[in-house]
Design a protein around this ligand. Sequence first.
Ligand code: 2AL
Length: 254
Amino acid sequence: MRIKIINPNTTWSMTEKIGACARSVARSGTEIVAVSPSMGPASIESHYDEALAVPGLLQEIAAGERDGFDGYVIACFGDPGLKAARELARGPVVGIAEAAMHLASLVGSSFSVVTTLGRTVGQAWHLAEAYGMKRFCANVRACEIPVLELEAPGSRARDRIIDECRRALDEDGSDVIVLGCAGMADFCEHIGQVLGVPVVDGVAAGTQLIESLVSLRLATSKRGELARPLPKPMTGLLQDFALAPQPPSLKRAA
Ligand code: 2AL
């Protein structure tokens, strides 16, 4: 199967890291293609960044449909554009926050999310609520490391995340950690070994969930809310986003 992992920010060093993490957990027959959009913010750590990341992300979904991908992972912890992507794609689409929270809920009594900047904490709570995961979510904590600093050699990012995880386990009453940024994926194994509790990285969780959905032939239902968007004119910078009417043969299949 062919899975497209979209890092909705435009920092390709992070995209390559995400691709390597996905490949390290994917089945032997799975092809992983990791991309960033051609336009958008370098990192996503505000509602503004998130909104502006979505058009480029949707272009990548549309290109993926033309290239015949079987499923998609949106590799940013805000799960930007998830429902729009589901409308556009024939195959399944998962976001890393929903993937990580769902898997975390299966391996403990409650989880703490440890994320980047404090200003992203509200969005993580919002997603926990929207996904029905709030009752498993003991807390959302930030280590005040900007996304792009996760990769900076002198940032001591991994140790600072471990310190925050320790505080989470001590103070929140949780027994599982969810890493709140795709840029933390390469820290997951080490942090799990140091803490001795399950640590869930959404890139790995999302990759394996998509593999499961594709192999079970479970794709987004096209019966109602998540049907393909209706064709209509789009104006200005968005004119290339206008969808063509679907030929009747495809309509029946959908
Ligand atoms: C993220 C993420 O996963 N990618 C990005 O650019 N921002 N999440 C976060 N909480 O900062």
